[in-house]
Design a protein around this ligand. Structure first.
Ligand SMILES: NC(=O)c1ccc[n+]([C@@H]2O[C@H](COP(=O)([O-])OP(=O)(O)OC[C@H]3O[C@@H](n4cnc5c(N)ncnc54)[C@H](OP(=O)(O)O)[C@@H]3O)[C@@H](O)[C@H]2O)c1
Length: 231
């Protein structure tokens, strides 16, 4: 059985990925900050015992990431698919009110955290026959498109894009691929009710892409529909 570890699994796109991955036969290690409070995830876990395992993780805390890795390692020796999905999106930023703490926290969750998750999970990824890392970015991180002026969010996703390009280059000789994926504009707490996509549609696209990706495409920027996205 293929194994999946993801972050931000308690709501939004992450929860939808867990739901879809159950249908596709994965064993899922579902990372979130407070598993005991994650009612929807706990319901999926009780409906699919041994297939959905909630794991506590805060991606801004290296010790928490290590504990999560150790918890996963008790149940499996390898992770085939790692999806760095957790993210934050501060609103209302202008140059006059930019707050360094907010900027640094956003960079920590959206860009630094995913790299440290990969770092700590590397032994489990190396143990897979064909490990794949999907870092959930945003079209708002595209410098060529420059779609909005959200200083912290857009620049943290642009940083994630470059970090993933570098990661893909370093891990290619080990046979591990890494890409960034824009999940679409999705109806979640972050995306809001005006978004055109349901979380389930985004999750289906993301997992279909994950399953078909080959090492030749490592380092690229994709949409949830599997098309190349402009940098
Ligand atoms: N929705 C969209 O339209 C859209 C568009 C483009 C990109 N994205 C990206 O897609 C991903 C998922 O977004 P979403 O729409 O599902 O957002 P969401 O509904 O706001 O969920 C965000 C998730 O990230 C988790 N999280 C936040 N800080 C964390 C931390 N320090 N450690 C661990 N988990 C943390 C949250 O956990 P808590 O519940 O504990 O806060 C939650 O599970 C994000 O990376 C986002 O940037 C979304």
């Amino acid at each position: 059985m293929k194994t999946l570890f993801l972050t931000g699994a308690n709501r939004g796109i992450g929860l939808a990925i867990v739901n879809e991955a159950v249908k596709r036969g994965y064993a899922i290690f579902a990372g979130c900050r407070h598993p005991q409070k994650a009612a929807d995830l706990q319901r999926l876990a009780s409906e699919n015992p041994d297939r959905v395992i909630p794991i506590a993780i805060d991606v801004t805390d290296a010790a928490s990431i290590e504990r999560a890795r150790d918890d996963v390692r008790k149940a499996t020796g390898a992770i085939d698919l790692l999806i760095n999905n957790a993210g934050v999106f501060p609103h209302g930023e202008r140059i006059e009110n930019l707050d360094p703490e907010t900027m640094l926290h956003t960079f920590h969750v959206n860009a630094v955290g995913p790299m440290i998750v990969v770092q700590k999970f590397l032994p489990l990824l190396r143990a897979s026959q064909q490990a794949k890392i999907l870092n959930i970015t945003s079209q708002l991180g595209s410098i060529s498109l420059h779609m909005s002026n959200h200083y912290s969010y857009n620049s943290s996703k642009a940083a994630l894009n470059m970090l993933t390009r570098i990661l893909a280059s370093e891990l290619r000789p080990a046979g591990i691929l890494a890409v960034v994926v824009h999940p679409g504009w999705v109806q979640t707490d972050m995306g809001g009710t005006a978004a055109p996509l349901r979380p389930s549609e985004s999750a289906q696209g993301i997992l279909t892409l994950a399953q078909r990706l080959t090492l030749a495409e490592s380092g690229e920027f994709f949409t949830w529909e599997g098309r190349k996205h402009p940098w």
